[in-house]
Write a protein that binds this ligand. Structure first.
Ligand SMILES: [Zn+2]
Length: 341
């Protein structure tokens, strides 16, 4: 019997993390010289609200990039002029039907909802349509995605013609569209309109397999936000969100990690509860890492930084969330390749 060395577990004991993970050692110059662990691309939360948590709340977090999905344009002006991490992309204001969600919500800062009147005629007039004007405003302030609110439970929603006009105006500028869907029929409305992403895994209705197949065929991305569907309670909304996301993922749909940070009490960084729910929705470790490191809406990850998660690396899926929540963001040169380990 050969002696087994406890300090160097056989590779087989470790969970298969997939192609995004590699073995690394923190360089001898940093704060934690020589620590061995796993290197990953920068982590991304694809659904945050800096208007609620504050523009600087994530500066020292493990997140390398965030996507803000709803804020007044003056908040964005401040962000745009800021350098540094996490790299921040944003939608600007929620585009919504007159009187629609989130107009009047207590958390909705002044100016975070932009009401868009219905499209009229054939849209070929000399003046820009209301949809074009609203999209152009967000774009002018530096938005890289457009957010639409489709919430039948909280007032008016866009008719299909107006929604089509918004999607067309956004796509004409190269901006993907993210929809908040809530209430009966809203997932279908968003999928019919060809929106690029859902801001939440649908939680108020069961999305049938046929509609899920259409969303997958469209290349639609679903941002998870499973934790805020029940805040840890197994509510009907939470169960529906997990079930919808499980079937979307199983059908080949692209899942993005997102927490709706600012909504409820969540850690200012990676939320291990969100990761636990992704595992519950059937994502393997490599799928979780894909959801958590997809640079969308950008093509490329944030530059000059990587994620480092110290050993012991997880041995089971149950260990994965807490281990990832303990990861840190480091300059690329501080995580040396150890591919032979
Ligand atoms: Zn949100």
């Amino acid at each position: 019997m050969p002696q087994l060395d406890d300090s160097a577990p056989a590779t087989d004991d470790r969970l298969d993390l997939g192609p995004l993970a590699s073995r690394a050692r923190r360089s001898l110059n940093g704060d934690h010289p020589g620590v061995v662990g796993t290197r990953l691309p920068p982590l991304v939360d694809h659904h945050v609200h800096l208007m609620i948590i504050g523009a600087d709340a994530l500066v020292d977090s493990a997140l390398g990039a965030v996507l803000d999905l709803g804020a007044p344009l003056d908040v964005l002006t401040d962000l745009r002029s800021r350098e540094g991490l996490p790299r921040t992309d944003f939608a600007g204001a929620f585009l919504t039907a007159p009187g629609g969600y989130p107009v009047g919500r207590t958390w909705a800062a002044e100016g975070c909802a932009r009401e868009v009147p219905p499209a009229e005629g054939d849209g070929r007039g000399a003046l820009p349509s209301p949809a074009e004007a609203a999209v152009a405003e967000q774009h002018a302030f530096g938005a890289s995605v457009v957010k639409v609110a489709l919430n039948t439970a909280a007032g008016a929603v866009f008719d299909a013609t107006t929604l089509d006009a918004i999607v067309a105006a956004a796509h004409a500028r190269g901006l993907p569209v993210v929809a908040h869907v809530e209430g009966e029929g809203m997932a279908r409305l968003a999928i019919d309109a060809g929106v690029d992403a859902l801001a939440h895994a649908p939680f108020t209705e069961q999305v049938d397999d046929e509609l899920i197949a259409r969303a997958v065929a469209l290349g639609q991305r679903w941002i998870s936000t499973l934790f805020v569907a029940g805040y840890g309670e197994r509510t009907p909304d939470a169960a529906r969100a997990v079930d919808n996301l499980r079937r979307f993922h199983a059908a080949g749909g692209r899942v993005l990690y997102g927490t709706d940070l600012g909504n409820g009490d969540q850690p200012l960084g990676v939320n291990p509860r969100e990761l636990e729910l992704l595992v519950e929705a059937g994502l393997a470790a490599s799928d979780v890492l894909e959801a958590l490191t997809d640079p969308w809406p950008r093509e490329d990850p944030a530059e000059g930084v990587v994620t480092f998660a110290a050993d012991p690396a997880p041995e089971t899926l149950d260990d994965l969330p807490a281990w990832l929540a303990g990861a840190v963001l480091v300059p690329t040169e501080e995580a040396e390749d150890l591919e032979t380990l």
